[in-house]
Design a protein. Structure first.
Length: 138
């Protein structure tokens, strides 16, 4: 279940509460639940619908300008990551188009995709990563 608090958008409630928080090794059950939720067909359809709706709004722009606020960027990047990196425990923060992503993923291949996935979102100017490949605690 994607979560948002006042500071960051999270792909799962077990994701870090801050992009500057130390990255911890996730518990097996946390990753299992995050993956199960992200791979759920209903959740996938919801994420895809949310992304399409945001893109349609963004393409309309405001007075001809395509302005993106930080909260919208956080939510859209979070949805993109949740849909494409099941089991990732990631938090997203945005400030003036610069997106910072923190948390853990299960392997290097997933880590390598984060930057490009985030940059696919209109309005993302740069991406800072504080993401680690972390084996799941047994």
């Amino acid at each position: 279940v994607a979560c948002t608090n006042n500071d960051v958008a999270k792909t799962d409630e077990a994701a870090p509460d801050s992009v500057s928080a130390p990255v911890k090794t996730p518990e097996r059950e946390e990753v299992k639940e995050a993956r199960k939720d992200a791979e759920n067909q209903t959740r996938q359809a919801q994420l895809e619908s949310d992304i399409r709706a945001r893109e349609q709004r963004n393409n309309m722009g405001i007075n001809g300008q395509k302005v993106r606020d930080d909260d919208a960027l956080e939510s859209e990047v979070r949805d993109k990551l949740e849909a494409n990196i099941p089991g990732g425990l990631l938090s997203v923060d945005a400030k003036d188009g610069v997106v910072t992503i923190a948390g853990t993923v299960s392997n290097a291949e997933k880590l390598a995709t984060i930057d490009n996935l985030a940059k696919e979102i209109q309005g993302v100017k740069a991406v800072k990563l504080n993401v680690k490949v972390a084996p799941v605690k047994q």
